[in-house]
Ligand binder design. Sequence first.
Ligand SMILES: Nc1ncnc2c1ncn2[C@@H]1O[C@H](COP(=O)(O)OP(=O)(O)OP(=O)(O)O)[C@@H](O)[C@H]1O
Length: 513
Amino acid sequence: MEEIQSQSDNYRSSSSSASSPASRVPSSNFFYLRKPGSLRQPISFEDSPEWEDTDVEVRVEEGGDSINAATTPASPSLSKLNSGSLPSPPLPEGAAVARKIAGASVVWKDLTVTIKGKRRYSDKVVKSSNGYALPGTMTVIMGPAKSGKSTLLRAIAGRLPHSARMYGEVFVNGAKSEMPYGSYGFVERETTLIGSLTVREYLYYSALLQLPGFFCQRKNVVEDAIHAMSLSDYANKLIGGHCYMKGLPCGERRRVRIARELVMRPHVLFIDEPLYHLDSVSALLMMVTLKKLASTGCTLLFTINQSSTEVFGLFDRICLLSNGNTLFFGETLACLQHFSNAGFPCPIMQSPSDHFLRAINTDFDRIIAMCKSWQDDHGDFSSVNMDTAVAIRTLEATYQSSADAAAVETMILRLTEKEGPFLKSKGKASSATRVAVLTWRSLLIMSREWKYYWLRLILCMILTLCVGTVFSGLGHSLSSVVTRVAAIFVFVSFNSLLNIAGVPALMKEIKVS
Ligand SMILES: Nc1ncnc2c1ncn2[C@@H]1O[C@H](COP(=O)(O)OP(=O)(O)OP(=O)(O)O)[C@@H](O)[C@H]1O
């Protein structure tokens, strides 16, 4: 402990400015952070009056904060869906309504995950993690690469691979049951999109494949999803990105993937790395859009490797992981205070997320060792002048004995002491509908891609001729050459036909749903 203390002091003195830890926590204005304890979202399902899966129209004042009030244009669908409540007075034309989704409280307790390698189960990838995500909030799992972020997210969502073993408990609305189909959405880091459909078409066909009911009812959920993900400007554009078609920008493609899950109107949305490969502007736009979505009541839980200061300021709670260990869980501003208390105050002008990851990412040790001679000549190029392993141990020990950890336990107890309403399954599209959609969509795609289809077919024929020549040159009999060539021809053209028709992507969708 003495070693830790001396290292902490060493770190403190090497940091760029300000001596007292408390004074190092930047003002909320600087980091766009709200004050600790100022979250006013419902803390459990009981506090969420709109539990049933209905929409509530809320008048939005003109000039209201667009981040804090998600608005959708008044549409007949909303009033129809709201039929269980008293009829509301007609809204003026063009008036905006804020849509309320009943989020669900998600709690994970003592969650540990091991993954089976070639022979045996690995060391723990996630170790005794505790935390919770509440309706109307954004909770982020942050940490360096390979720290177990995606594994924790998958474990909470019940999406671990078969090779993984999970210990501990996950509660949804206080109950230990699995989340039924359609009550939650999970957005993978990379999912296949069908390039020759427009955004609207893609979402429409996804809705048809995923939801039961009539075709016309899907239009409303699709329009809502487009609006929620700020995709209105791209709704009629081709997704593209293959067969020489110009694709949508990376940020919009990510938002389309999220919108695809939103057509189910999930209570909880899990997203693995929503900012993956996004530049800073697209990342901010993505986060503002997600913040808007969270403000409608949905519970958002996602992983992030790193973020800018502005983006960091939008998060409500943070779960900081390093090598599977939870170094902090709580409100974002409290995390800054936690680092400060442990002796790692965030230097002025440094992004909190950069600072956290700098302090806990062991890869930096290697870089510093590599640059040692250069560093001697040019002074310290890093604000953290301390063994990362020691920093991790210090932060973990400080967190375990902190009031933050105790507060998390109390909150978990509160959220799990009573079972709330179970989430209901949304039902599935019938097999007949799926077959019809598959056929119709494949025909549509082929009609759009026939040019590329024939191009591939011609390429296949050239390839076949070349292969045939090689075989003939090797002295095979004519009949066997013809047979082989025909087999290759059929195989390659069938394969390209399937690819073009978007069948693999569709099969994946059916499998997931
Ligand atoms: N299916 C799997 N099979 C074997 N090992 C796995 C599997 N999934 C994860 N791991 C291992 O678990 C550890 C944590 O992986 P995980 O993907 O959860 O980390 P991460 O923080 O999300 O990393 P990144 O940001 O790089 O994706 C890694 O060492 C990884 O190799």
